[in-house]
Design a protein around this ligand. Structure first.
Ligand SMILES: NC(=O)c1ccc[n+]([C@@H]2O[C@H](COP(=O)([O-])OP(=O)(O)OC[C@H]3O[C@@H](n4cnc5c(N)ncnc54)[C@H](O)[C@@H]3O)[C@@H](O)[C@H]2O)c1
Length: 423
């Protein structure tokens, strides 16, 4: 927002995050973010605080707090959204617009507006728009500066003025041609859940195809390539492997199912249960393949795990399939050493029982098996001939179907991948 020319005050309840951001240090890794902060901080247009009173001067307030899965349930925990709305309300000026960005169950926006209205100063009319966030970690800056669409959910007599104000906020990307859809609250809220449900379904679809390919001796990568040439299908999100994770897709499809159930539309989304089950099933499947590759047992074996982040170009390890597999392999009796270009610190914090190494080579010393579990560019560039000299047994499972099997096999490796024939 500051890069788009606005003056921004960012409020977080975490004093540690505010302190590090105020020094110009992002508390997480996102490509280009260090550089962007170094560019923007000297302009004075971006400040960080824990003090909600400092929001008073703003014309537009974005609520972007987390909506994790409820402990012990599938629904979304929206308490942070309501806490933010409650803290903000007393500082609202008349005419200021609050914009919900968090991913929420349909029906939340109306309740957030009521919460704002209750807490707002006497005589202040609370305006609320819902503007779901579609950015992808790893591409967050590009997706923010040049998103592929805007969705504005608006309601009430001030709707036209709210749209006009949001258009001012997004003047740059709108002028560059970003399409925008103006709709009601429930449609705007549902777009995000539906988009994530579709993407998750596409990944689980190709992973289901991988299982059939394995049974039939076919190759899921070639199958995906062939499917992808049909532009009604498209090649994106058809990469078979150990499946999706992260802080969005898994919790969002579960919250979507839970909310549909509350609305009496549970039947409509039962297929998402299968999508979730197919996805989670990839992890034990990978562990079983690892066991098979190690001659029937993982006990006492040395296993190198390449990747800890849930996806490349991120240090986010929330529900990371790579770490889940690494942990299961360790529990099955193996000595596991993990390497990730950016997510080691986060991983070590949550999984102190795993071993960590600063380089790919160090992680692979004397390994009986290498597991490639997050498709970082750095891993695609590994020289398999060189790495073969480091390990005890040149055996690799490519959990992301991202390495070149010909190259690895020519270098003497036993290369296995989910959904591809064994040679
Ligand atoms: N991460 C993504 O790629 C992505 C993409 C699209 C949408 N979303 C959605 O955006 C929302 C945020 O996701 P995230 O990954 O950034 O979550 P996060 O948990 O990483 O960050 C949330 C932040 O909110 C802060 N916070 C919590 N309560 C607060 C309060 N009352 N006042 C001020 N700050 C508070 C936390 O300290 C934390 O820094 C979620 O609804 C998520 O589903 C995330």
């Amino acid at each position: 927002m500051a890069e788009l020319g606005h003056t921004v005050i960012a409020i977080d309840t975490s004093t540690a995050k505010v302190a590090s951001l105020s020094r110009g240090e992002p508390p997480m890794f996102e490509p280009g973010l260090d550089e962007l902060m170094a560019k923007v901080m000297p302009t004075g247009r971006l400040r960080f605080t824990t003090d909600y009173a400092q929001a008073r001067a703003a014309d537009v307030h974005f609520i972007c707090v987390g909506t994790p899965q409820l402990r012990g349930g599938n629904a979304a925990d929206t308490s942070y959204v309501f806490a933010a709305a409650q803290s903000l309300a007393p500082h609202l000026r008349d005419g200021a617009l609050v914009v919900g960005k968090s991913t929420v169950p349909v029906g939340t926006a109306g309740r957030v507006r009521a919460c704002l209205q209750t807490g707002a100063p006497e005589g202040v009319h609370a305006h609320l728009a819902w503007n779901p966030e579609f950015l992808r970690e790893g591409f967050a800056i590009q997706d923010t500066l040049a998103p592929n669409r805007f969705v504005y959910g608006v309601d009430g007599p001030a709707a036209a003025a709210d749209v006009a104000l949001l258009d001012e906020v997004y003047a740059g990307p709108l002028a560059a041609g970003t399409p925008r859809i103006v709709t009601d609250y429930p449609t705007a809220e549902l777009v995000k859940g539906a988009a994530n449900a579709f993407l998750a379904t596409k990944i689980s679809f190709i992973n289901a195809m991988a299982e059939v390919c394995e049974a039939a001796g076919a190759d899921v990568v070639q199958l995906a390539d062939a499917l992808g040439h049909d532009d009604r299908i498209g090649r994106k999100f058809l990469n078979a492997g150990i499946g999706f994770g992260g802080g969005c897709l898994p919790k969002d499809i579960r919250a979507f199912m839970a909310r549909a159930g509350e609305l009496g539309a549970e039947q409509a989304l039962t297929f998402l249960r299968e999508v979730d089950a197919i996805n989670l099933g990839r992890r034990p499947k990978t562990v079983a393949l690892a066991r098979e590759q190690c001659g029937g047992t993982l006990v006492g074996k040395r296993v190198a795990v390449l990747g800890a982040a849930f996806k490349p170009d991120s240090d986010d390890i929330r529900d990371s399939p790579a770490l889940d597999v690494a942990e299961s392999v360790r529990r099955a009796g193996a000595f596991v050493t993990v390497h990730d270009p950016k997510a080691m610190e986060a991983a070590e914090h949550v999984h102190p029982d795993l071993d960590y190494a600063g380089t790919v080579e160090a992680a692979c010393v004397d390994a009986d098996l290498v597991l490639h579990l997050t498709e970082w560019k750095q891993f695609r560039e590994i020289d398999p001939v060189k790495l073969a000299t480091v390990v005890a047994h040149p055996r690799i499972i490519d959990g992301r179907n991202a390495l070149d099997p010909v190259l690895w096999r020519e270098a003497g490796w036993a290369y296995r991948a989910l959904g591809r024939p064994t040679i």
